[in-house]
Design a protein around this ligand. Structure first.
Ligand code: SF4
Length: 357
């Protein structure tokens, strides 16, 4: 029996029942693939259902306001995925009459779709013979065939892609791809896979050579940039808070956050709360610094953010530009970065408690 058949047999008894596996609708498959990148299945499922409920088809997504899409995406991170979904839905409507393109090259040209996602849509929705190569597939292939080339090097990528294509069942590309991904995820797991119970253990080279634990290899580590965000939460007597849409090309593009001073090192509390600096930075006169949070670390893929929240109450705002003042109910409709949302929810909880006293 060939390897693809062994994987498919294993899959038939071990697969998880996931909603996007029971459809050939390219829109739903695309949505699930984008949501599930960098996301755990249990967390991603809730977002998937919410998206399908709000935007049941590509036209509905194309017609939505970007803010609505970002708000629904809130908490998933990597917001460019949501912006690209939205833009690609508009491209499908304007250039393909709302019909999802069915050729690999056209799918690959859509925004936010790389080789992996294009192969997944081509195989799952249209039955085209493209092998998918995600982290689960790299891990399985590197162990089974003892591929010691790092999977993130140019040479490694070619070897893995070619190997994946060689073993692809061209008659059943969708089923084969689901099987190999699920096998990597559930059986050939990153830590302590149960090789003794594996149906492929008598032909697995890493198992024979006792190299399972060290594979797959990855080349150099990516450099992580450290940044220091000092957020000022300026609140007026009516409880309105100043916020701004992040329009610059940076993290959290088009999401809303507070007035911010970014520094290249950790600034002392006394410097942050310096009256003259606050006055000149925000053009405010009579204010009280109410609290300053401890430093929180927020990790992004290549950045380590050190966040601090300085809460200030002001009688009123004289000069708002470039900010806007929002009430709590307005803020609840805005797309927010995760740490800002978390800060605000404890902030409003406190306020709520205060109001009920
Ligand atoms: S024997 Fe172990 S390493 Fe080899 S394919 Fe099976 S689970 Fe993976």
């Amino acid at each position: 029996m060939d390897i693809s058949q062994l994987l498919i047999n294993w899959y038939k008894t071990h697969q998880r029942d996931l909603p996007w596996r029971n459809t050939s609708d390219p829109y739903k498959i695309w949505l699930s693939e984008i949501i599930m990148q960098q996301t755990r299945i249990d967390q991603g499922l809730a977002y998937y259902h919410r998206f399908i409920e709000n935007f049941p088809n590509v036209e509905a997504l194309a017609k939505a306001e970007e803010q609505e899409v970002l708000r629904l995406w809130q908490g998933l991170g990597y917001y460019s995925r949501a912006r690209n979904l939205h833009k690609s839905a508009q491209i499908i409507v304007s250039e393909f009459n709302g019909v999802f393109p069915s050729e690999y090259d056209s799918i690959l040209k859509l925004k936010g779709i790389g080789e992996y996602t294009a192969s997944a849509i081509a195989a799952f929705a249209f039955g085209l013979p493209y092998a998918v190569v995600d982290g689960n597939v790299y891990r399985f292939l590197s162990r089974y065939f003892l591929i010691e080339e790092p999977y993130d090097s140019a040479k490694g990528k070619t070897i893995f892609r070619e190997t994946a294509n060689e073993i692809l069942d061209k008659q059943n590309p969708g089923l084969h791809n689901q099987a190999i991904m699920e096998f990597g995820s559930l059986q050939c797991k990153p830590q302590n896979p149960d090789c003794g119970a594996c149906p492929l253990n008598n032909s697995c080279l890493a198992f024979a050579k006792k190299k399972v634990a060290v594979l797959p290899y990855k080349s150099g580590k990516t450099k992580v940039r450290k940044r220091f965000f000092n957020y000022f939460i300026l609140e007026d007597a009516a409880g309105k808070i100043l916020m701004k849409k992040r329009s610059e090309k940076d993290v959290w593009h088009n999401l809303y956050d507070f007035p911010l001073t970014e520094t290249d090192h950790l600034v002392s509390e006394s410097d942050l709360m310096n009256k003259h600096i606050i006055e000149s930075t925000f053009g405010i006169q009579d204010f009280i610094v109410k609290s300053i949070s401890p430093v929180q670390i927020h990790l992004l893929s290549h950045q380590r953010l050190h966040l601090r929240f300085i809460r200030i109450s002001v009688q009123n705002f004289s000069n708002l530009n470039p900010f806007t003042s929002f009430s709590q109910s307005d803020i609840e409709k805005l797309p927010l970065p995760r740490p800002v949302e978390q800060y605000l929810s404890s902030f409003f909880d406190e306020e709520g408690i205060a109001h009920h006293k």
